[in-house]
Ligand binder design. Structure first.
Ligand code: UDP
Ligand code: MG
Length: 317
C-alpha cells in the first residue's frame, strides 16, 4: 500500500444498512478527487451484520480499506482515536457512518486544509434534526464557548478534517472520555469552519439519547476547563458573606428584641436550597475526581480483536 495522502476515519456501530451506500458514495467521491487515500472503518463492537459486511467490503478493495474490529462497544470517540492512531495520511478526515454527513463534501474540507488551515470543522446547513436537538445544541454551544474557549458552531457534526500534526498531538494526549473535535481544536493553530449539507440518517437509528448528550457536555465542561469548580468557589464565598451579614443581623435583633421563633419555614427553605447547592458542588468535585481516577487506572481505552489490512490479516487480542 503506498502511503496515502488522505485518511478517512469512520466509527461504525450497528450500521449494516448504511455501509454499502456509504462505501459507494465515499469511494466514488475520493476516486474522482484523485489523491491516494485510505479508509479506516472502526467497528465499535456492532451486534448486527456490520462485521461481515465490512469484511466483504475489505475484500473488494483491500488496497484502500482497513478494518479494525473492537472487542466490544467502547464509544464513538474511542473508535475515532483508534483510527487516528493508525491513520497514515497527511490529511485526516472523520465522518459518521450513517450518511448524515454527505461524503461528497469531503473535497470542500480538503480545500480549506490546502488553503492553510490545520483544523476544518463543519456547520450543517438546514440541519435535519428535531426542534429540541437544534435548540438544545444552540444553548449548549453558547455555554461551552464561554466556559472552555472552544468555538465550535456545530458540535454534533463529525465531518471534520485535520492536518497530521494536530492528530499527532491528539494521539499523544492519551486521554480517555474525551470529545475529540474539542481536543483537536485546542491544538490547532489556524482553525476554520465550512458549511456542509446535512441529511437525515439513511437507515438505522441514532445511538445518542438525552442522557448521552448530557454526559458529553459534562465531559466537555470538566475536561477542558476548571470554571465549574471556580464558579462554585465564588458562589460559596458570596453565600458565606451573606450568611455572615445575616448572623450579625440576627444577633443584633436578639440583643434588642430578645428570643424569637418566627420565620422558621423561611429558614428551612433557605437551608434546603443551600443543601441542594452543596450536593451539586459535591457532584462537580466528583466529576473531576472521577476523571483523575480514570486516568490513574490506566486501563486500555479500547481492545482490538482483529484487524484487516493488506499488510496481512492480523489478529490481536
Ligand atoms: N458510533 C460508534 N459507537 C457508538 C455509537 C455510535 O462508533 O457507541 C458511531 C455510529 O455508527 C455513527 C457515529 O458514531 O457512525 C455517530 O453515531 P449516531 O449517528 O448514532 O449519532 P448522532 O448522529 O445521532 O449524533
Ligand atoms: Mg448520526
Amino acid at each position: 500500500m503506498p502511503t496515502p495522502h488522505l485518511s478517512i476515519v469512520i466509527p461504525v456501530y450497528n450500521e449494516a444498512d448504511n455501509l454499502e451506500n456509504l462505501y459507494r458514495r465515499l469511494t466514488h467521491t475520493l476516486d474522482a478527487f484523485g489523491k491516494p487515500y485510505e479508509i479506516l472503518f472502526i467497528n465499535d463492537g456492532s451486534r448486527d451484520a456490520t462485521e461481515s459486511l465490512l469484511e466483504a467490503l475489505f475484500h473488494r478493495r483491500p488496497d484502500i480499506l482497513r478494518v479494525i474490529h473492537f472487542n466490544g462497544n467502547f464509544g464513538q470517540h474511542m473508535a475515532i482515536m483508534a483510527g487516528f492512531e493508525r491513520a497514515r495520511g497527511e490529511i485526516i478526515v472523520t465522518l459518521d457512518a450513517d450518511l448524515q454527513n454527505p461524503p461528497e463534501e469531503i473535497p470542500t474540507l480538503i480545500q480549506a486544509i490546502e488553503a492553510g488551515h490545520d483544523y476544518v470543522g463543519s456547520i450543517r446547513q438546514n440541519r435535519q434534526d428535531t426542534w429540541f436537538r437544534r435548540h438544545a445544541s444552540r444553548i449548549n454551544n453558547a455555554i461551552r464557548a464561554r466556559i472552555t474557549g472552544i468555538v465550535m458552531t456545530d458540535q454534533g457534526c463529525m465531518l471534520r478534517a485535520y492536518q497530521r500534526h494536530v492528530i499527532d498531538a491528539v494521539v499523544a494526549s492519551r486521554e480517555s472520555s474525551v470529545y475529540i473535535p474539542a481536543l483537536a481544536y485546542s491544538y490547532a493553530g489556524n482553525p476554520t469552519e465550512v458549511m456542509v449539507q446535512h441529511c437525515h440518517r439513511e437507515a438505522g437509528k441514532s445511538k445518542y439519547n438525552l442522557y448521552k448528550l448530557l454526559r458529553l457536555n459534562f465531559d466537555l465542561m470538566t475536561g477542558f476547563s476548571l470554571v465549574p469548580l471556580q464558579a462554585f468557589t465564588v458562589f460559596g464565598m458570596v453565600v458565606s458573606l451573606f450568611s455572615t451579614l445575616f448572623v450579625i443581623y440576627l444577633f443584633i435583633r436578639r440583643l434588642l428584641i430578645g428570643p424569637e421563633a418566627e420565620g422558621m419555614f423561611t429558614l428551612f427553605a433557605i437551608l434546603y436550597f443551600l443543601i441542594g447547592v452543596g450536593l451539586m458542588g459535591l457532584g462537580i468535585v466528583g466529576e473531576y475526581i472521577g476523571r483523575i481516577y480514570k486516568e490513574v487506572r490506566q486501563r486500555p481505552f479500547y481492545i482490538v480483536r482483529n484487524t484487516l489490512e493488506q499488510v496481512g490479516e492480523t489478529t490481536h487480542v
